[in-house]
Design a protein around this ligand. Structure first.
Ligand code: UFG
Length: 333
């Protein structure tokens, strides 16, 4: 079968494309290359398209026809929480507009299987007791335009299912990290592990954004998920769509185990050999103290669960870092 992967040249998309190709699926990629890199997809057909403009619907339909696309994995999106607060209308245009145009093309072309990349950002800053796990049927109250666009896209998927029979699955990614292959790592990302690696390799120390949270060591707890585990979840979701007429609509993709910022930094010290002596900074606005997935729904329904731990994530992020990248500037706090 041929799978269309939007955002296939980006960090997560490239892992998904490689796994699909490795198992023998035909793949075609659509990417605007604003953050993706064409080399990430090797010789996979790649069409450079901006999904957010209405004019994209026609070329998308043509592409679906030409390649015999039977299902779509929609990863392409803007993903910076801070930027989304500065440019909310643009984020809606990009993320919700892109999804709407894709759905129009799929409906016209008669493609009814969609896997959509959602986010734990749909949960916002939940007011829950320490140790609580996020469940898909619990409240979704995003606190950033980014998280809102992901939730609206989930609704759009549900509405298309009701209106014309779309079979849709949304995967709510938690904190994605590591690399399945060194050349597919994401060292430029503005996330804890790459930021800390940039700091250390520039002779600086990472900054912990607050150590007075109601957690065991006072630093925020997140559910870090290896990008290769996440990519495997995409294949499980795709297979589920092919088998089941009425799939459940959203699944958390996490390990179910949280790690604190201090624990992640300690692992970075072990993996890299750097002496890690972080400084303590102010809290970052909007950070939840705890955000950990209840991962039982995806395990029970798709038969998927994570197999790689935090050490594997940090080791692989570091292996991806060293040979291919210099020592860029530390991004501003
Ligand atoms: N952190 C630091 N110092 C840093 C960078 C991060 O202490 O230099 C802390 C943050 O405060 C947070 C944790 O490390 O507690 C993880 O931060 P990230 O920025 O790596 O990730 P977030 O949990 O903020 O965000 C991630 C994704 C978002 C997504 C969100 C969903 O990057 O796209 O998860 O919860 F929306």
């Amino acid at each position: 079968m041929t799978v269309l992967v939007t955002g296939g040249a980006g960090y997560i998309g490239a892992h998904v494309v490689r796994l699909l190709r490795d198992r023998g699926d035909d793949v075609v990629v659509v990417d605007d290359l604003s953050s993706g890199v064409a080399a990430n997809v090797g010789d996979t057909p790649l069409m450079e398209l901006d999904l957010s403009v209405p004019e994209v619907v026609e070329p998308l339909e043509k592409l679906i026809d030409e390649y015999g696309v039977q299902s779509v994995i929609h990863i392409a999106a803007k993903k910076q929480v801070g930027e989304s607060a500065e440019r909310p209308a643009w984020y809606y245009l990009q993320n919700v507009g892109g999804m709407a145009n894709l759905l129009l093309a799929m409906q016209h072309a008669g493609v009814d299987k969609l896997m959509f990349s959602s986010s734990a950002a749909t949960y916002g800053n939940p007011d829950v007791p320490a140790g609580s796990l996020m469940r898909e049927d619990g409240p979704s109250t995003p606190i950033s335009p980014y998280g809102e666009t992901k939730l609206v896209c989930e609704w759009l998927m549900r509405d298309a299912a009701a209106a014309w029979g779309l079979r849709g699955v949304g995967l709510r990614y938690f904190n994605v990290a590591g690399a399945g292959w060194p050349e597919l790592g994401d060292p430029t990302a503005f996330n804890l592990i790459p930021i800390a690696l940039r700091a250390l390799t520039s002779g600086k120390q990472p900054v912990i954004y607050g150590n007075d949270y109601p957690t065991a060591d006072g630093t925020c707890i997140r559910d870090y998920i290896h990008v290769l585990d996440l990519a495997e979840a995409h294949l499980a979701a795709l297979d589920h769509l092919s088998q089941d007429d009425r799939p459940h609509d959203v699944f958390n993709v996490g390990t179910g185990t949280g790690s604190s910022v201090s624990e992640v930094l300690a692992q970075i010290g072990r993996s890299t050999g750097y002496a890690v002596e972080p400084t303590i900074g102010d809290r970052r606005p909007g950070d939840p103290a705890n955000l950990v997935a209840d991962s039982s729904r995806i395990r029970d329904t798709l038969g998927w669960s994570a197999t790689r731990d935090l050490a594997a994530m940090v080791d692989s992020a570091w292996q991806a870092w060293e040979p291919t990248h210099g020592t860029p500037e530390v991004p501003p706090h």
